[in-house]
Design a protein around this ligand. Structure first.
Ligand code: NAG
Length: 306
């Protein structure tokens, strides 16, 4: 090869690289402009959540939590709730379904994910879930939008639709799990003697009772009454607010009963009514004792106070 030819070849190679690099940049730019329509995490601790593969739930074993209000962060007590489920079910996927595509990863969340490999945060496309369900018409009619409690009425059916579609266990994020729940089959939590509550339930996929709940919600929707979108009379229970204070009072003995008596499986602490009260977890209140035992990492990360 002559000197001249070698030079041409060199130039050719150079040109080729230039084109490659430009294509590379064009591609980057193109992908960047495509991303513009997606929410973009604003700091390095935010994570863009992905849609789960349908296969993730095929064993009907997941324990689901739902953040149905589009929030991107999870407060300490709710992380405690997730941890208690993860601790009691080490080999079960604990799937926190977020209607926000972005998760803000606080220290609490980071520690949780580090300590429990069974916890997953996944994006829940609520629109898609509604549109593929028997509630499609209800959803398209947008009746909940004009209702008195639009967010709650949008959020409440999601748990039923999710369990109907995939099967598994659903827990509200203000529930502390005391015992392993996997021996239970097709169950709903008992709140007080005569009331059940959809805050805690487990069903196999397509269970007829879930179907009935979904049908009932669709046909007899009353947007003006609080919490009507469940098969339960939660309203009445809420009036018994006094009872809730008890979980913040010292009662080591009762806390131990909750921990050891096989009849008590979960504690529902009604976050909506109790969230304004910060409590030291070093005390002997029922909540403090349970949190120390059942969400030890979250308690530690938040310096024994939440
Ligand atoms: C959610 O699902 C709807 C309906 O299938 C779809 O139009 C929308 O693009 C989805 N959103 C995301 C962020 O995936």
């Amino acid at each position: 090869m002559s000197f001249y030819n070698r030079n041409i070849t060199k130039q050719g190679v150079l040109l080729f690289f230039c084109i490659l690099i430009s294509i590379f940049f064009l591609k980057l730019f193109y992908e960047d402009s495509k991303l513009k329509s997606l929410p973009i995490p604003s700091n390095q601790d935010d994570e863009l959540l992905s849609l789960p593969f349908e296969k993730s739930f095929e064993h009907e074993r997941s324990i689901f939590f739902i953040e149905g209000f589009g929030k991107d962060h999870i407060p300490a007590r709710m992380i405690c709730s997730i941890e208690s489920a993860a601790l009691a079910h080490r080999n079960t996927p604990i799937d926190v379904m977020m209607t926000s595509q972005i998760l803000r990863k606080s220290e609490g969340i980071k520690s949780l994910l580090k300590a429990y490999s069974n916890v997953r945060f996944l994006y829940l496309n609520a629109t898609a879930l509604y549109m593929e369900s028997p509630m499609k018409e209800w959803f398209l009619n947008k009746m909940w939008v004009q209702s008195k409690f639009p967010e709650i009425n949008f959020d409440d059916p999601l748990r039923f639709l999710l369990l109907f579609k995939y099967g598994g266990i659903y827990l509200d994020m203000d529930t502390i799990v005391l015992k392993n729940l996997e021996k239970e089959e097709n169950f709903v939590g008992l709140e007080i003697d005569e009331h059940i509550n959809s805050a805690i339930m487990g069903f196999r996929k397509g269970h007829p009772l879930l179907n009935d709940c979904i049908e009932e919600m669709t046909k007899h929707f009353d947007g003006e009454a609080w919490g009507v979108n469940g098969p339960v009379l939660i309203t009445k229970i809420f009036r018994r607010r006094d009872d809730l204070d008890k979980i913040f009072e010292d009662d080591n003995e009762f806390a131990n009963t909750l921990l050891n008596d096989p009849n008590f499986l979960t504690l529902h602490f009604y976050n909506q009514l109790t969230k304004t009260r910060t409590i030291s977890l070093k005390r002997q209140s029922i909540f403090s004792v349970l949190a120390r035992n059942l969400c030890p990492i979250t308690a530690f990360v938040f310096n024994y106070s939440f």
